[in-house]
Design a protein around this ligand. Sequence first.
Ligand code: ANZ
Ligand code: ZN
Length: 831
Amino acid sequence: MASRFNALKADATWQKVWDERQTFKADDASAKPRAYVLEMFPYPSGRIHVGHGRNYVMGDVLARFWRMKGREVLHPMGWDAFGMPAENAAMERGINPGTWTRANIATMKAQLRRFGLAIDWSRELATCEPDYYGHEQALFLDLFRAGLVYRKESAVNWDPVDMTVLANEQVIDGRGWRSGALVERRKLSQWFLKITDFADELLEGLGALEHWPDKVKLMQENWIGRSRGLQFRFDLSDGGSVEVFTTRPDTIFGASFVAVAADHPIAQALAATDPDAAAFVERCKQGGTTAAEMETQEKLGFDTGLKARHPLDPDWDLPVYIANFVLMEYGTGAVFGVPAHDQRDLDFARKYGLPVKRVVSEGDDEAPIFVGDVAYTGPGSLVNSHFLDGMDIEDAKRTVIERAEGEGWGTGSTIYRLRDWGVSRQRYWGTPIPMIHCEACGVVPVPGDQLPVILPEDVSFAIPGNPLDRHPTWKHVACPSCSADAVRETDTLDTFVDSSWYFIRFASQPDAKPFDRAGAEKWLPVDQYIGGVEHAILHLLYARFWTRALRHIGMLDIAEPFAGLFTQGMVTHETYKSAHGRWLSPDEVENGTERATGRAVTTGRIEKMSKSKKNTIDPEPIVDRYGADAVRWFMLSDSPPERDLEWSENGIEGAWRFVQRLWRLTQTDESAQGEDLPLRKLAHRTTAGVADAIEGLQFNKAVALLYTLANAIEKAAPSRDRQDAARTMLLLASPMVPHLAEEAWAEAKNDGLIADAAWPAVDPALLVDDEVTIALQVNGKLRDTLVLPKGMPREAIEAAARANAAVQRVLAGAEPKKVIVVPDRLVNLVA
Ligand code: ANZ
Ligand code: ZN
């Protein structure tokens, strides 16, 4: 019997055994109840850091637990393998993106395997391989045929120096991240998916997602941003009119100006004849396209000279401006400004000296002239508003909408912040969009039998721009419909498309089609999805949309892809800077000095591990030193999983000591006899508690329960119950420390693997507390408590109360006039 647990040896042994026996292969044909556990698949950026590790270990514990509970578990892994970093590596270091990506996958897979994860590797997929993205192209064309894909002009961020389109995150303070050049907005024809058709469904579907965090549902709700309001028309002094949308029709008498977006037809028409207007419109094009950026920009306007007639007062004219804070893409691209009750409008009005009239008041101040620079956006009643005066905001909204509809100048309407999903990316390393441009026929989809459209990998990044455009042969094809010379679409799909259906492909992966409907429906929805909160909006929304779109076209009858969602915290670490202000990695620092130079180091904030701050920790050397189980245990034990975990070497050492202790405790004396009821009860309670904790993803709680059980076993004298408790503890700990568990299981001469063992049964009788604490009162005042067996008869309880020393002292020999007994709760002696 080994006295010390040799973790490295056990890791290697059991990982090999699980592999050879295909222990974690999910059986599609199984009759057991199913469970699908999924962590968001990683981007193969280079190496795994411990933050990734924590994510996969959490899912792993749940997957192993559900197997032990008798479920057929699907727990797959793959690679979100397209994306910009591969192109950056190609540009910076001349490495081919495919080569770089595949090498990273190999490295990261080997690293992940060291954790001993219970993964069905037979279903591994990488989105950069034609056997994945080819099916994606087929699905894209299915959606196209169903009318859910269309093409339109849309603005992109254009870097005039690098001659390339930039993603929003590549625009930093309005400049290209590489060139530093001021970014321009340009219009390009791009492909869109009609996610807005599903806006109501996606919003209302959130209601059914009971096992999702509220904060994520709220973020999705805000992103979809359904607003109800009034769309109405102002007649203009030039005989035309302008439509505006407002969510605050109640404030209509507080209007001070009308403003249109720079790309609104009115602005465009004026710019065509007025050079000053043209210059202003041009100026509005600078800067990024994000709403956040537009929000923070200084408010700027250009007076068009036009006047807008107030719909409720023929004698009231409002000036019409072109303004940089009005977005063409939202509502009608035109607004009326109410400075007293909207901050942007107030900033604008103060800048251009426009009237600011109060129309909503919460208190006594009903003065029409609004002072100060903070708009009032709270509740209240209407003032200075003719027939609306005295109404609350909701009444006033309803009244104005009714009036507008009655008089025919407006209609109540609902608009959404959600925009259709632009999926075209002017990038190389992505799924080619399966479309062909023919001069005669226009845009022609690639016929199904010509899929996949394979991304050529013999490309060069020596010159800026998209290598697909420059490839000598790739884009030149015959038009599928007229056979004339035509060219392929050179844009690729947003990588969020790749991650919108990978969980379906994991569930079913035939060669000839994206998935088999019945096969996929067996596993879906994912029972527990685990990932970072940074994906709370886009990825989850797109995957929900894609799933609903497939249902809409009859390919899959699943409404929501992820029944349960858990967003885990980040792993954090201190940051360090050298005397020269360079970031240093934790390995480069020792006792507050830089290892290489001996110079003092500045210790910075504790931050989320990231490559840019060099504060990442590579788990591999740690696993080499302590074994996988200690690392797993630490990741699970230290803080609630939804919170951040600060990585520390001490924490790992503590975990390693506990693993050794567990090992000693499971080496029990086989011949021990005798009972230990309290320990037996604790073991059953712990079994129930750990199961609840794992199912609720409260791993730190499960760990705490196991510590308590371990302590009790350590203190207990040898007995049959102690031996059973140790065996129970091993089973309960096995999802977390699976290598140790297998080793101890085998040493104890059990048949089979502990990974295949059943979760211990709980005897409910042993869970009930059969002792109760009874309050002892004299004249209603608490004097002591009694611990008695549950369900004692009244007389016995009363006798015990009378015999209590504290009670006797207070009574001082007096006979109580009355004794009130509430069985199992309290005794009150009234003297
Ligand atoms: C008058 C008004 C008065 C407004 C007031 C707000 C407060 P949400 O709720 O986010 O949907 N708006 C409408 N279209 C716009 C566009 N294309 N670009 C910029 N702003 C636009 O926002 C709706 C409100 O945002 C609308 O209601 C409109 O301003 C503005 F006290 O109309 B409001
Ligand atoms: Zn043609």
